[in-house]
Structure formats: structure tokens, C-alpha cells
Design a protein around this ligand. Structure first.
Ligand code: TXA
Ligand code: MG
Length: 348
């Protein structure tokens, strides 16, 4: 895999690959994506093959920044808004106007333009406008929407740098455009019409807090469905380090933590400095390595560093097992997203 800085030449190379029904890794503000022509079965099948992704897991369609209105999406043949109850359509359109470009994906009825491979055969399809100049420039050059899942092997940790993409897909992808580290660091929040069709529902917690969305709409959003068959692609196990990861209860007691601290070859991840007693850490002789994500309760910052930190701990050869202690995590604005990713990462 070649990693190229964005230049007119590298954009041209990427566009040519896409036009020839190939796949290219591209930065977004959330995580790196693996892009292909969203209208073309053959191109999309290459995404599933490279990622080892089950064909039942649908993709997100990435749109140019001047496609912020749902009407435009309908005019271009990508959705059909008729089946959406009017009031919910208005809410979805308000979300698009307000939060696109940004880390929000909206699930809409599928129009005839998109390949059925992208929607994994479902009657709905997820869309978003990525807030990244490199992705937007690529969309301009390609002149048509691009389907893009995260650029990692299925179930593994999503990449937030071009080097991460290389470590995941080195032999599966020809080119990665390098846009530096992703600012948001976790995937987009996914919202659509609820399964009971009475309101809107969060299908995946992500980089945009569901509370921010609720405040903006002045309406409650239903929580993600628990039943896997109702939420395609929401695998229980995901984002998982190769070493085992154990998620400790937020209310774990100090005795339990002290025992871990005295055990060698263990990595303990905590969110805020000071949550593990400094005296305990200093008293460790050959015990656990403690990693702190932040020195303040900053959900945005914690999300932006989460995957990077998990990857670092996963590749630290002195560590055999990883633990996370989400003590006081509800102090973080994006706690629902953090807990969601940690609990999937901790599934064996
Ligand atoms: O931030 C992001 O969303 C990143 C960047 C690259 O844009 N993309 C991403 O894609 O996270 P991916 O493929 O890793 O996750 C897409 C998820 C699917 O696993 C599924 O849970 C959900 O989106 N999804 C897609 N289409 C859906 C649909 N029609 N109904 C329900 N869920 C859907
Ligand atoms: Mg993914």
C-alpha cells in the first residue's frame, strides 16, 4: 500500500482507481474510510473482500458538501422520501442542515441509484457528508457519492491515521491518501426513523453526542436497538484489540484495582489522571502499566485518543492483558459512545 500526501497528482491517481472500480483509503474527520463507487456492485464487492466483512453489514454513503438537503438526495435518485412520516422527515432534514458536514449518518429509504450491495439488500441506506477537505476534494474529482466503511479488517480497531490503515490493510489496498490524524477519532453517530416509526432513534452512538441532537430537536431519541437482527452490522464484538480486553465495572473497588496494579504484564487504561491513586501508581514495582487518556473530563478528547491508545497498548509487547476502568465515565460528554466502544472491544 502506498501512502500519499494530498496533491493534485495523488487525487488524480485516487480518482482513476475509483473510476476503474477500485478501492482507496481516505481520511474523514471520524476515522479513515475505504472508499468505492457507491453505484457499482463490482467496486463495492472489493470493499467487503478487503475487509473480510460479512455481506449482511451495510455501508455508509458519503456525499459532497453541497448535498446537505434531503430533497437534493431525492432529486439525484439516492433516496425516496415518501415513506417517511412528514414530521420525522422534517426532523431528519433539520439534522442534515445543522450537522452536515459532520459526524452524523442518517438512515433513509434507499433510492434506485445506490447499489443493493451497499445497503446489504436492505430497503434503507445510511448517508453522511464527511467534514474533511481530503474526502471532499476526492468527491469533487469523482463527481459521484462514495460508499466507505472504516478502513480496518472486520471487528478490528478503526484506523485514525494512515499508518493504522497500512497496519490493517497493507496487502489489500493500493493507495491511502494521508490527511493526518482524525480529529473526532470515533465513528459517526447513526440516526434514523425508529423501528416503531413513532420518532427518531439512535442506531449507533458516535462522535456527535445524542444529547446535543436531542437538545437541538427538543425531542427524545430512542436508544439503539438491543436485538442484533434489528440493527444490521451492529456486531457485539467490534473494535477489539488482539490481546484480551477486560472492561471493569465503573464502581470497581480500590482493592481490586490495587491487585491489578501489582500484577506484571497488565495494561490498565483509565480516562482521567488521578482516578487511580498516584501513590498507588508510584508504589508499583514491577506491576501494571497505567495509561491515562486525559487530564480533564473531556469526552471529545477521550474519543479522539481512544483507538490510538488501544492500538498502542495492543502493540506493546511487554503487556499480555488489557483492562479498562471507566470510573466516573458519566462525567464525560460522550460517555455513551465511549462505553459502547469499550463494551464491544471487550467482547471475547
Ligand atoms: O464515521 C463513520 O461512520 C465511518 C467513516 C468512514 O465515515 N464509517 C463507518 O462505517 O463507521 P462502518 O461500515 O464501519 O459502519 C457502518 C455501520 C454498519 O455497521 C451498520 O451498523 C450501520 O452503519 N448501517 C449502515 N446502513 C444501515 C442501515 N440501512 N440500517 C441500519 N444500520 C445501518
Ligand atoms: Mg467499522
Amino acid at each position: 500500500m502506498k501512502i500519499l500526501k494530498p496533491t493534485p497528482e495523488s487525487f488524480q491517481e485516487a480518482v482513476t482507481i475509483l473510476q476503474n472500480r477500485g478501492i482507496v483509503a481516505v481520511p474523514t474527520e471520524t476515522v479513515y474510510g475505504l472508499a468505492a463507487d457507491a453505484t457499482h456492485d463490482e467496486a463495492l464487492k472489493k470493499i467487503y473482500k478487503a475487509k473480510n466483512r460479512p455481506a449482511t453489514n451495510p455501508l455508509i454513503i458519503h456525499l459532497p458538501e453541497d448535498w446537505k438537503s434531503l430533497k437534493k438526495l431525492e432529486q439525484m435518485g439516492w433516496t425516496d422520501l415518501k415513506p417517511i412520516p412528514k414530521e420525522l422527515y422534517q426532523q431528519l432534514d433539520l439534522l442534515a442542515q445543522k450537522f452536515w458536514p459532520g459526524p452524523l449518518s442518517l438512515i433513509l429509504p434507499k433510492g434506485e441509484k445506490a447499489s443493493g450491495i451497499a445497503s446489504a439488500g436492505l430497503p434503507t441506506l445510511a448517508f453522511r457528508v464527511p467534514d474533511h477537505p481530503v474526502f471532499q476534494e476526492l468527491l469533487k474529482g469523482f463527481s459521484s457519492p462514495l460508499a466507505a466503511p472504516s478502513a480496518n479488517k472486520a471487528n478490528s480497531i478503526s484506523p485514525t491515521t494512515a499508518a493504522d490503515v497500512k497496519s490493517e490493510l497493507e496487502n489489500d489496498v493500493q493507495l491511502c491518501l494521508d490527511g493526518g490524524a482524525c480529529q473526532v477519532g470515533v465513528e459517526s453517530t447513526i440516526v434514523g426513523v425508529s423501528l416503531d416509526r413513532k420518532g427518531l432513534q439512535v442506531f449507533r452512538y458516535g462522535g456527535l453526542s445524542h444529547q446535543v441532537l436531542e437538545n437541538f430537536l427538543q425531542a427524545k431519541l430512542q436508544s439503539p436497538p438491543q436485538n442484533k437482527t434489528l440493527a444490521p452490522g451492529m456486531m457485539k464484538k467490534h473494535y477489539a484489540p488482539k490481546k484480551g480486553l477486560t472492561l471493569l465495572a465503573p464502581e470497581a473497588n480500590q482493592g481490586q484495582i490495587d491487585e491489578l496494579l501489582s500484577t506484571p504484564h497488565i495494561g490498565l487504561l483509565i480516562f482521567k489522571e488521578g482516578e487511580v491513586n498516584q501513590v498507588d501508581v508510584q508504589n508499583q514495582k514491577s506491576g501494571a502499566k497505567v495509561r491515562t487518556i486525559s487530564d480533564a473530563w473531556d469526552g471529545q478528547f477521550s474519543c479522539s485518543k481512544l483507538y490510538e491508545t488501544l492500538r498502542e497498548m495492543d502493540s506493546d509487547t511487554s503487556l499480555e492483558k488489557l483492562y479498562v476502568w471507566p470510573k466516573n465515565i458519566k462525567e464525560q460528554s460522550l460517555w455513551a459512545t465511549l462505553l459502547d466502544r469499550l463494551s464491544r472491544a471487550a467482547q471475547s
